[in-house]
Ligand binder design. Structure first.
Ligand code: G4P
Length: 530
């Protein structure tokens, strides 16, 4: 295999950042970029003074609600590594987007607010992480504020999330009494200086715990507390085990304060050593190992239209799994069965998108999509094509009937709603024998309804009326031959078909599902489409 390509791939570290909103994900990302030399001033990612949103956020709705609806990718170099950060939406209603993004990541960084511990959304997003068994690294943020007790925080993670923890460093105090962190391995203290929200990379001073100079920074009581804590932790806590980390069974924990730039670089350095270069991925032709497979291959994990209002474009984001990508190259789109030219490749960089000439296994690129790609599709230059494992869709739990207000705008309505469905933000269904004037939309989180309404109005100039429906369960019918009309069940169930014409039923409760199964002999129902 080409040595240069292999070396490039070995340098790649591709990870996702997850957190409950406000824990400090944006601030941490911003500091990473600062170390990577991508930005030279903190605040470039999130223009705090002027607006409440980050570069990765692009929709007005995000600004209005102060949440991140979409994910984005940022790339930078640090210490001979080429890092791809995948930002994920913090809100649980968009956890499906997070799941797709995690499919493209090799590890995840979980940011936790030290004063709050594990929060509702952390729990949900974490669950999504564990579905993939990827390594999870914890950054406990905001140590410059009063924090929960360290043991309590670790217990919280272990109990709430069911993952063992291994603190790599240990905080000395918190809030006004925060003095820094103790590196358990190196047995040295990294002292905390409040550099404020400064534009510098922070003041840095390290002292061995045995160095008498330490007494001029840390009081005797605090040193004694630290000694006691470490003794307790050494005796009771899990030791570091790289294999457990790699399997997502043990999370290395770091403490710091992203805002004051404390502990961020230490975290980055350790993290880059503990996380992995791009790993093999499963396909229908067996595992594809980026260290062995010479040919280019990638899969689409996200599709997004209208990112740029001036050019009504549609971009397919793909994770390159093996080989080298060159702008304008041809590759086989496996699911479409055709050769396609991969044109206008781009990457997100801080506040702008830039064109890329080449990229390697581990990288994420966005490709112009003329409307042919679907989530999960594979592209490769390998003569004997193969397809990567698909990306499952979540079962929607909320349903609404959607009607266009102005029936003259039927074309835009159908185009818009189909487009948004193809991006994976919503699923759409038609009533058996129904037309497209009135359709049923299913979502995982109700905020997705707001996004749908907003996007239809702003991008397609179509006003809609949403009428909530009482269904909570969806079941596709697995039987090859079925006459949907003759299916007997309960009066409150709804028979519909999906975009591909597959029959399914929406149910109000599980009792109704049971009854329907009993009433129709041989009926096979499943939560996911075949
Ligand atoms: P998110 O992306 O996870 O939603 O969080 P974000 O980085 O936007 O941070 C949320 C708030 O927490 C911000 O304050 C940010 O400045 C603050 N913050 C982040 N890291 C730290 C930290 O280490 N220590 C302290 N004390 N605060 C931190 P904000 O009030 O929303 O914005 P601003 O008014 O400070 O600009």
């Amino acid at each position: 295999m080409n040595k240069e390509v292999k070396n490039e791939i070995k340098k790649r570290r591709t990870f996702a950042i997850i957190s409950h909103p406000d824990a400090g994900k944006t601030t941490l990302t911003e500091k990473f970029l600062l170390y990577g030399g991508v930005i030279n001033q903190a605040g470039s990612v999130k223009g705090k003074a002027t607006s409440k949103h980050a570069v990765s956020d692009w929709m007005e709705i995000e600004k209005e609600r102060g949440i991140s609806v979409t994910s984005s990718v940022l790339q930078f170099n640090y210490d001979d590594f080429c890092i791809n950060i995948l930002d994920t939406p913090g809100h649980q209603d968009f956890s499906e987007d997070t799941y797709r993004t995690l499919m493209a990541a090799d590890s995840a960084v979980m940011v936790i607010d030290a004063s709050k511990g594990v929060e509702a959304q952390t729990r949900k997003l974490f669950k999504v992480c564990t579905m993939r068994n990827i390594p999870i690294f914890t950054f406990i943020n905001k140590m410059d504020r009063e924090a929960m007790d360290t043991f309590e925080l670790l217990d919280d993670i272990e109990n709430e999330l069911g993952i063992a923890t291994c603190p790599v460093n240990w905080p000395i105090g918190s809030g006004k009494g925060f003095r820094g962190v103790y590196d358990r391995n190196e047995k040295e203290v990294e002292l905390f200086f409040d550099t404020k929200k400064g534009t510098t990379q922070g003041e840095m001073k390290k002292l061995k715990i045995s160095d008498p100079e330490i007494n001029s920074y840390i009081g005797e009581d605090q040193l004694q507390n630290l000694e006691d804590d470490i003794e307790l932790q050494d005796g009771a806590g899990a030791g570091f085990d790289q294999e457990m980390v790699s399997n997502g069974k043990l999370s290395p924990v770091f403490f710091g304060s992203a805002l004051t730039n404390f502990g961020v670089e230490t975290f980055l350095k350790h993290f880059l050593k503990m996380t992995q270069a791009p790993l093999p991925r499963m396909s229908d032709a067996g595992e594809i190992d980026p260290m062995e497979e010479e040919e280019f291959s990638a899969f689409v994990f996200k599709i997004q239209a209208n990112m740029n209002k001036a050019h009504r474009d549609r971009i397919a984001f793909m994770r390159i799994c093996s080989g080298q990508f060159k702008a304008g190259m041809d590759a086989t789109h496996i699911q479409g069965g055709k050769k396609v030219r991969l044109s206008q490749p781009q990457q997100m960089m801080a506040s702008e998108r830039k064109m890329v000439e080449e990229a390697y296994g581990g990288d994420i690129i966005g490709i112009f999509d003329p409307g042919i790609f679907a989530i999960g599709d594979t592209l490769t230059t390998k003569a004997q094509g193969f397809a990567y494992e698909g990306i499952p869709t979540f079962a929607p739990e909320h349903f609404a009937r959607v009607r266009q207000v102005d029936t003259m705008k039927r074309k835009q309505f159908v185009k818009g709603i189909t487009q948004i469905a193809q991006e994976g933000g919503i699923q759409i269904f038609q009533e058996a024998n129904g037309g497209m004037e009135e359709i049923i939309v299913g979502v995982v989180g109700t905020l997705q309804f707001d996004v749908l309404r907003y996007r239809l109005e702003n991008e397609y100039k179509v006003e809609i009326r949403l009428e909530n429906l009482p269904y909570s369960f969806i079941r596709w019918i697995d039987n090859e031959e079925i006459d949907l009309a003759s299916l007997s069940g309960t009066s409150d169930m709804k028979k519909v078909t999906d975009l591909k014409g597959r029959p399914l039923v929406l149910f109000v409760n599980e009792w109704s599902i049971r009854l329907t199964t009993e009433r129709n002999e041989g009926l096979k129902l499943s939560e996911f489409a075949r």
